[in-house]
Design a protein around this ligand. Sequence first.
Ligand code: KG4
Ligand code: ZN
Length: 391
Amino acid sequence: MPSGARERKSVCIAGGPKAVNWRDWKLAAAASDPREALLLGIETSCDETAAAVVARGADGSARLLSSIVRAQWEEHGAFGGVVPEIAARAHAECLDEIIALALKEADVSLADIDAVAAAAGPGLIGGLIVGVVSAKAIALATAKPFIAVNHLEAHALTVGLTDGLPPPYLMLLVSGGHTQVLLVRGVADYTRISTTIDDALGEAFDKTAKLLGLPQPGGPAVEKAALAGNPDRFELPRPMKGRAEPHFSFAGLKTAVRQRAREAAPLKDSDIADLCASFQQAVLDTVLDRCRKAISIAREGTGNEIRHFVAAGGVAANAALRQGLTELARSEGMDFHAPPLALCGDNAAMIAWAGAERLAKGLTDPLGAPVHPRWPLDGSAEKVRGAGVKA
Ligand code: KG4
Ligand code: ZN
């Protein structure tokens, strides 16, 4: 965080509104510079209800004033995945309270806010509507601008908030719904270099966890189990490794884990740990190979001007992946940046920050702006065979 930030706490409400987990995170004091823009951000695209307040100075400096996240794991746990209707209802039930908490934590009122940003896609349509309608209502009532933020753009710009890193940079965006390498040239200026042709990486972690009987979200559970496992015990494929095109594939890897698990059944804890460690090692080998390929393609296309490699999205919280990408970037003469763990997964601080960046460029949206369940960052990117909606 920028200097001057003082230590406070943000809140993560897991389950019912009364179950409050305090998470350490550096937050700034309430805004004092009149040239700063204060943004309220709202995130409801999947299974996290979140609100945050961010300040952006005229020089592009960032201050995070509050970040409240309510995860819905308990609501979806019994179903083994996110149920869209349950997610939308859960957002509707608690969003007002989450927004009030974010304002209180930031020590500001709606009258102090300069603009309201909400994730308008991609994501589950019911949840998107809940967040966007709330943001529009606040914008209308306070006569402030509304900004429809692309959730992927918010992940892509988070390092501006956390590390003060402006574009251009090359970015691995790895979440539950997306796996892409993007050249981030600037706000609203993205070139997709690679994407997955089947499952997203977070989805592969979640499905692997499910088939091994581990809890959701699967990524942290697999990462934890892998710590005690032997990564060399099970032979697993490295999909797409060495291929000339820079794309990813994870469906075959997940199927191979299922096969190995069947062969080793009944599974002891040590078998599960070894399967998780072997899966994570295969992921690492293939992701680093694909990123190396994407770096060489980006360099050819930009005359070697890209100096920073960034990772963002929920899977970027994975310590082994962060370590591997740090080493890859170093070996390629680049530096590596990733948001702190609390801001890798879905949150509203990134929505508020993307809104602030757009506001600074005069990019606001009408109150009639629609939500976009599918909303690629690079609309002109070539279709990739088999990629379906995740491209
Ligand atoms: O960005 P995110 O919060 O939501 C989407 O936009 O999809 O990403 C969620 C994904 C889930 O699939 C979750 O299992 C994965 O990120 N994830 C992880 C880790 N923490 C979260 N995957 C691997 N290792 C982790 N530590
Ligand atoms: Zn996300």
